[in-house]
Write a protein that binds this ligand. Structure first.
Ligand code: ZN
Length: 83
């Protein structure tokens, strides 16, 4: 993990502003969704990308009720039903 050298204070609700330089570099636009991860003492922010419930793939997604499933997982599931 590379330090940006930037330090920001949280406000009383725990919010921080992501510096414009970082938002521009990562093409983060207003209202984009960010996913938060924690790793030991660290918090990692990542641009949120919808992905397959089963394998995490982000391509060829089909929405089934409130879940996303990729075409490959659907085909694999279908093969199991056929047996
Ligand atoms: Zn999948």
């Amino acid at each position: 993990m590379k330090s940006t050298g930037m330090v920001r204070k949280t406000d009383k609700l725990g919010r921080i502003v992501i510096p414009i330089e970082i938002r521009k570099k990562l093409k983060i636009k207003p209202y984009d969704e960010l996913e938060l991860f924690s790793e030991g003492e660290n918090i990692i922010l990542k641009k949120f990308e919808e992905s397959c419930t089963f394998c995490g793939s982000t391509t060829n997604l089909i929405r089934q009720k409130d879940k996303l499933i990729c075409e490959k997982c659907i085909k694999e599931s279908y093969k199991k039903i056929q047996k």
